[in-house]
Write a protein that binds this ligand. Structure first.
Ligand SMILES: [Zn+2]
Length: 206
């Protein structure tokens, strides 16, 4: 079975802290009352819905979407159910899991239980990020629009991005059972930007 773990982008999609400027905006520039075709223009923040963050997001002169390798986008994922964690996810939350080299680690939390923005969303604390780095994983994904929550200096982003890990934000993991899956994430091909919206799927192991 294939599971779509991406957010659907619409004008009502949840955005970070519900800020109006971050909401997508759609306008039909042609329609059947003024012409013979239908065409939509869309304006949106690159951190809308499910997306990948690149170092430039947090680090001045950091790498951009141009650094992406296709091999970064396919692999094995372990979904870890941390629905009971209330605030930060720490290294101790991972001790019962076998995390393998080159895994994508996807953090399922209480955030997936609602489609509204949670101001107290569960996030990855710096020591949790350091633990994942020590496991030589490929990337980490979370079902929040931020991998961290108002930590001064963005330590979680920095430690992950400085160590070449991929950050995926805005996953939807409601109903996904903890375990191992094949994982594919395909972002839009936009040059030289700090984030890319993406479609992410999990495929059950044969
Ligand atoms: Zn982002």
């Amino acid at each position: 079975m294939i599971h779509d773990i991406s957010m659907a982008i619409s004008k009502d999609i949840q955005v970070y802290k519900n800020k109006e400027i971050k909401k997508p905006f759609f306008i039909d520039i042609a329609n059947y009352s003024n012409g013979s075709v239908y065409e939509t223009n869309m304006t949106f923040n690159l951190h809308t819905g499910t997306h990948i963050d690149f170092p430039l997001h947090i680090i001045e002169h950091g790498e951009t979407s141009d650094s992406l390798e296709l091999s970064d986008l396919i692999g094995e994922a372990i979904v870890i159910d941390l629905s009971k964690v209330q605030d930060g996810i720490h290294s101790c939350d991972f001790i019962n899991y076998e995390i393998k080299e080159n895994d994508f680690v996807l953090l399922k939390t209480k955030n997936s239980e609602t489609d509204h923005f949670l101001f107290d969303y569960t996030y990855l604390a710096e020591d949790g990020a350091s633990y994942l780095i020590s496991k030589n994983i490929k990337g980490v994904g979370i079902d929040a629009l931020g991998i961290e929550r108002s930590q001064v200096g963005h330590p979680t982003h920095k430690v992950l991005l400085n160590n070449g890990l991929f950050i995926i934000e805005g996953l939807r993991l409601k109903g996904i059972i903890e375990g191992r899956y094949d994982f594919i994430i395909l972002p839009l091909k936009i040059s030289n930007v700090e984030a890319l919206p993406a479609r992410a799927i999990l495929i059950d192991k044969a």
